[in-house]
Write a protein that binds this ligand. Sequence first.
Ligand code: PLP
Length: 378
Amino acid sequence: MKLFDVYPLYDVEPVKAQDCTVWDKDGKEYLDLYGGHAVISIGHAHPHYVNKLKNQLDNIGFYSNAVQNSLQKEVATKLGALSGCNEYELFLCSSGAEANENALKLASFHNGKHRVVSFQNGFHGRTSAAVVATDNKAIIAPLNAQQEVAILPLGNLEAVETELAKNDVCAVIIEPIQGVGGLDEAETEFFQGLEKLCKQYNTCLVLDEVQSGFGRTGKFFGFQHQGIKPDIISMAKGMGNGFPIGGILIAPHIESKFGLLGTTFGGNHLACAACIAVLDVLEKESLIEKAQLTGNYFIQKAQDIPGVKQVKGRGLMLGLEFDYEVGPLRKELIYNKRMFTGGAKNKNLLRILPPLTIGTTEIDSFIATVKEVVLEKV
Ligand code: PLP
């Protein structure tokens, strides 16, 4: 049987990984500045993570959401304490798109409205409502198009108010820093204005923290740089360090009811064990503070890379914007310099999303390599 051909693949196959290092099937070693797309938060094969999962598997890997599972409560308690979002309630699922889908659906149940507002260059996933809120027509099927979403310019509060005043918008969904779109971030004034407008018009403010959450930006959640309190927060990627787990945090004024949301796999024993291990390590190794410091170091060091117009992002959710397309540079980095990096919708942007454990030595080596490649090219 052949695989359905939807991914343009690099010709490299990682088979082993440790912290920020990846080895391919021929034993070649790579520096991981991509974290498997912002997923690896506490480093590959962290011993605490590996032990937690192995032990859990020896006991019970899965049951169902029809019975008690105290691991879910442990996730909620630890997540509440470390994120500072103790008053929120937790619903667990298995991916980022599913988290956003549940967030939008819950908003709609809560206020009885049906339209969504999202922003240009945003990415929220590939499922029903999440994909329509995503600014990429190529991935919206006719089936999805029945969802009503207004995609507005990032930063334009007047445009938001015009839509919310129609009184049919259930949710405004926004990334604190755009990931796939290319690391753009709205001003604090805009985020605070959104919060105010959402309250005024009884619309839920949904912060998509699927990529930016779990310490990546140097705070537990990206919105915490903006001094706002969302109604719903969606999360996934870094949450399980590679084990599929997602979830939403729900503000206390949104009421639960049996059957409102549900899933077979969400919050299963293995997924919870993975997330608990991530939370333990984030705290014990102060990785959120470290992401902030290492990110600042990177931003400072990257300023004088020839051809870099702008260093974007925060913490270890970063982008180097060149004045030319970075496709060939990424290829050179992966095939000849053995360094994984990411791309974006903005073709001039090289994305840097390493494990939060990365140190300054690795950053120095990356920056020196990029300088070398860029100068050779010129
Ligand atoms: N939201 C954001 C901000 C993302 O970056 C992504 C994935 O890249 C998603 C949602 C979708 O997550 P998933 O691929 O787990 O469905």
